[in-house]
Each structure stands twice: as C-alpha cells, then as structure tokens.
Design a protein around this ligand. Structure first.
Ligand code: MN3
Length: 214
C-alpha cells in the first residue's frame, strides 16, 4: 500500500529559533514529501505494494537500493519529526536515570551523541537505539541508514543531512546539534524506551499493523 506523509506533530513555527519555519518548509514540505512520493512511484505494481512501510524497508534492504533509500528516508523523517517538540520540556528523572545507566550520566550521553553526530562523515543520521539485549547505544548511520534493519529499537534520532540545518546554521553542524537539545520531545523518547518491537513506534499516523516485528 502507498506510504503516507503524516502531518507534522508540532506547529511549524514552534521550533524557532532552533529550527526555523523556513527550514521545515523545505525539509518537511519538499525533502520528506519527495521521499514519500518517490517510494510510492517505485513500489506501484510491485510486490512491495502489499507491504507495510517497515516491511518495504526490510525487504528492499540490500536488494533494491532505490526503494530502500527512499522508503527508509521517509520512515526516518517521520521518526525524526516525532523526536521534536516546541514545548521545551525537560527530560524526566526516569529518562535521565536510564541514560545514566548506560552512559555514565545524562550529560555524558548528550556529549557522546553530539560527538558522533558531528563526526559522521557526509550525510546520515545519529541514533540512540536499544539493542537486542536491551542496552542503549549510539549509532551514526550514513545516508538512509536505519536501525530497524539491524533489529534495534530506535529511541531518538537527529537528521544530520546538510538539508536539515543549512538554512539556519549553514555548514555549522556542531551549532545545530547544540540547539537540537532545546527541541527534543522527551515524552516520545521515554515512550520508545519501553518498546520491544518497531510496530507501535510511530503510532496511528503510519500504518504499522504489518508483521514487521524485530
Ligand atoms: Mn532530512
């Protein structure tokens, strides 16, 4: 079935000044939309057409690069928007404790995530994931890389493709990362910590009723 471009889960002006309305106009309205449209164009009339969005990603991985790149980029962007919020709420004590268990402290987690996001060469995504043993890890994945292909639960992501920050920060990725922490949706992060499969991560906005469990 066709994949969808879900509405942004926040008001488009609410992330300013950390992420401008103009950046979202392009990033969501043009880049994300293009990945969705291209995926639907590529899967029409193929065996991918009957799959859920996650099944398309898993089945095309290593087999059909164009389908994988576009469908994974579409999925990653939907996940990314869910990671953002204009409410500027602090992370809960529970999240801080959980991150401290695997990273030493909350600040050490933020530092390690920022370092890997800044160090990723070229385009890609910095992820906080829960691995198969339940440990939290940071993974910097190039291009359309997505942890669901490795059976890991995505917890938080930052898009470090240059299109994510160029209008607001030009080439200053470290500055974008520092400001990213002001717009993280910690409620979404916390809900992901309790997930054991990718099925319910994006909620009803995406059709996740398929059998793409990990
Ligand atoms: Mn992007």
């Amino acid at each position: 079935m066709a994949i969808s471009l879900p509405p942004l889960p926040f008001d488009q002006g609410s992330l300013a000044p950390y992420m401008s309305e103009r950046t979202l106009d392009f990033h969501y309205g043009k880049h994300h939309k293009a990945y969705v449209d291209k995926t639907n164009e590529l899967i029409r009339g193929t065996s991918y057409d009957s799959m859920s969005h996650e099944e398309i990603i898993l089945a095309s991985h290593g087999n059909t690069p164009k389908v994988f790149n576009n469908s994974a980029q579409a999925w990653n962007h939907t996940f990314f928007w869910n990671c953002l919020s204009g409410s500027k709420r602090e992370p809960s004590v529970d999240i801080k404790d959980r991150l401290s268990e695997d990273f030493g402290s909350f600040d050490e987690f933020k530092g390690a995530f920022t370092t890997q996001a800044v160090a990723l060469f070229g385009s890609g995504w910095a992820w906080l994931v829960k691995d198969k043993r339940g440990h939290l890890k940071i993974r910097a994945l190039g291009n359309a890389g997505t942890p669901i292909c490795d059976g890991e639960i995505p917890i938080l992501v930052c898009d470090v493709w240059e299109h994510a920050y160029y209008l607001d920060y030009q080439n200053a990725r470290p500055k974008f990362l520092n400001n990213f922490w002001n717009i993280v949706n910690w409620s979404f992060v916390e809900s992901n910590l309790n997930k054991h499969s990718i099925e319910s991560i994006l909620g009803p906005r995406e059709s996740l009723s398929g059998s793409a469990t990990v």
